[in-house]
Design a protein around this ligand. Structure first.
Ligand SMILES: [Fe+2]
Length: 293
């Protein structure tokens, strides 16, 4: 059946088992235009090998449905998977966009990884930097970009029609929120950002970037603003900022670093591109020793 609600995109979800990440193809109901949100590049840490099974599934979907890719949106610089945005762009086009505060993240991690002068901190590795509150379109569909820092300083939430892509700002109601202890993260700021999302219309759909199936339940990736307001174990109505911050900071102290954080940051702060190859033609990633305490 044709979707006739101009504000209600068709959302196709793709799940990467290795990193528990959801990627999405979000299609304007009035045209063939779409955006791809948070794609994943397969990475085998032991061998340093990258592959494209997940990205190829998305490309096959886009091709089969004859979609025009306008945007490749990154909600933030992910620390748990590598972005496949450049690979997908190379096959089907689209502009790679991230929030303008990527420059802060680049500055922070350029120091950690001791990047040389050829690594620019100005976000120019991306095709587009979204500003807070900026309106944009996918085909005919109205979209808004919201700066929602806290998990990282550059996190954005994208409101694409009635579908809200929150990155790691929120998890499913029974899982709460993501950690706020990465460099530049802040639990109090995360709480404030979540309030902006909860202020959206209550029937807006919210799509997760991750789900870890708490208490052994089935995998889930979609909820609503209303459900988050009423049920989210960290931020439901009545939860004070102080209580949230104490809870978040206590929990974050118990969390180990994500398995792929070091490769992910180095690739994703380059918009998914690999570092410049060395004179033997290979690209290398660094492992800084004892940089995260
Ligand atoms: Fe994240």
């Amino acid at each position: 059946m044709t979707n006739t609600n101009a504000n209600k995109p068709d959302v196709a979800a793709f799940f990467d088992k290795d990193s528990n990440t959801f990627s999405y193809v979000v299609k304007d109901p009035a045209s063939s235009s779409c955006a791809i949100v948070d794609s994943v590049l397969d990475f085998d840490y032991a061998s340093g090998g990258t592959s494209h099974q997940g990205a190829d599934e998305i490309i096959a979907y886009v091709t089969a449905h004859k979609l025009t890719v306008e945007w490749l949106i990154e909600t933030h610089v992910h620390a748990d998977h590598l972005s496949a945005a450049p690979y997908i762009q190379n096959k089907v086009g689209g502009k790679i966009g991230i929030g303008e505060h990527i420059t802060t993240v680049q500055e922070t991690f350029a120091k950690v990884f001791n990047e040389g002068a050829d690594f620019l901190h100005d976000g120019t590795q991306f095709d587009y930097l979204f500003k807070d509150g900026e309106q944009f379109k996918i085909g005919q569909m109205q979209c808004t970009a919201l700066h929602t820092p806290g998990h990282t300083p550059a996190c954005f939430t994208h409101v694409l029609g009635d579908a809200v892509f929150v990155g790691d700002t929120l998890f499913m109601p029974d899982a709460g929120t993501a950690r706020a202890d990465f460099p530049g993260g802040d639990a109090g700021i995360l709480f404030d950002s979540v309030q902006r999302i909860l202020a959206l219309p209550e029937d807006n759909r919210i799509f997760m970037c991750h789900d870890y199936c708490p208490n052994g339940r089935e995998l889930e990736y979609e909820t609503t603003v209303k459900a988050q307001r009423e049920l989210n174990i960290h931020v439901k109505q009545g939860m004070s900022k102080d209580t949230f911050v104490a809870l978040r900071e206590t929990r974050d102290k118990t969390l180990a670093m994500p398995r792929l954080i070091l490769p992910s940051l180095q690739i994703n702060m380059r918009a998914g591109h690999m570092p410049e190859p060395e004179d033997n033609g290979l690209s290398y990633l660094k492992i800084p020793l004892n940089a995260f305490k």
